[in-house]
Design a protein around this ligand. Structure first.
Ligand code: SAM
Length: 290
């Protein structure tokens, strides 16, 4: 295969049966495979009978190696990027290489497959409509606490990667800064000792404190229950809807309740009060009590 293309190839996060047919084919066809740890990846490639030139591409040689990989692509070679496990670029090296390839008009083709974050989320039972993946929290406590504070008002499920020996410390900070939420520790996914530890932060800390946590973990945190900080105030919503002039009081109350998060009856009585107080624009707008 000699058309300049950068393939981003996901590999299993534990269970080799999760390798895709397409990944095996493309890795067997490219001119060069760039791997985070060539010795580690050799085991995977040997397992699938793939023998191709390998080069290393990891955090601390990204600039130098990235340029060499781009040179190979510029010469018309095809290159596959893999990481030790899962999807490259997701808490793994790769995004600068992709960025530079895109900037030069080199085709970048993703091959989907396992990623620990999405695998854990799919089995979590936590809301999946909105979620934030934030990778590894900083290891130093001060920075970690700042990082977690910044997450406290985010809507949806929060997904983190964490080293097993830091898990209890991180959960302790989460309890203090994000509150007593439901959490899930998804451990050793797709492997022999796969397990999901579920409960409130305190319950999970108690479970984990009984034993040394081993293996790889994804930490999922349920959305907070606090009202979103940026929701529009009832008064502001009512003024806006009344100024519009096309709605009945009933419809104004219905919409205002939805937008500002108060009950419909509260919105209705507040709207009526504003009307009775002589809301000028309202008076001119022809809104009916409907
Ligand atoms: N690029 C990878 C991906 O797409 O999932 C993630 C790489 S990141 C360096 C490695 C982290 O992913 C681990 O420390 C752990 O938090 C998580 N992880 C990877 N494999 C896992 C597994 N089998 N079970 C649980 N977590 C896993």
């Amino acid at each position: 295969m000699t058309t300049a293309t950068l393939y981003i190839v996901a590999t299993p996060i534990g269970n080799l049966e999760d390798m895709t047919y397409r990944a095996v084919r493309i890795l067997g066809e490219v001119d060069l495979i760039a791997a985070e740890d060539t010795r580690h990846s050799l085991k995977l490639l040997n397992h699938f009978g793939i023998s191709k030139p390998l080069t290393s591409y990891f955090d601390h040689n990204q600039q130098l190696k990235g340029e060499r990989i781009l040179n190979a692509l510029r010469r018309g070679k095809s290159v596959a990027l893999i990481s030790d496990a899962g999807t490259p670029c997701i808490s793994d090296p790769g995004y600068q290489l992709v960025r530079d390839a895109v900037a030069e008009g080199i085709p970048v083709v993703p091959l989907p497959g396992a990623s620990a974050a999405i695998t854990a989320l799919s089995a979590s039972g936590l809301p999946t409509d909105i979620f934030t993946f934030a990778g590894f929290p900083p290891s130093r406590q001060g920075k970690r606490r700042t990082f977690l504070s910044g997450m406290s008002a985010l809507p949806g499920t929060l997904i983190l990667y964490e080293a097993p020996h830091r898990l209890v410390d991180t959960l302790t900070d989460i309890r203090e800064l994000l509150g007593e939420r439901q959490v899930i520790v998804a451990r050793e996914l797709t492997k022999m000792f796969e397990e999901c530890i579920r409960g409130t932060v305190s319950e999970v800390i108690a479970t984990l404190s009984q034993d040394v946590v081993r293996g790889e973990v994804v930490l999922l945190i349920a959305p907070g229950t606090a009202a979103p900080q940026e929701s529009e105030s009832l008064e502001h919503v009512l003024i806006r809807l009344m100024t519009d002039g096309s709605l009945s009081i009933k419809d104004i109350a219905k919409q205002a309740a939805m937008i500002s998060g108060v009950s419909r009856s509260e919105a209705y009585s507040e709207a009526l009060k504003m009307k009775n107080d002589g809301f000028k624009r309202y008076k001119n707008s022809g809104i009916t009590d409907g």
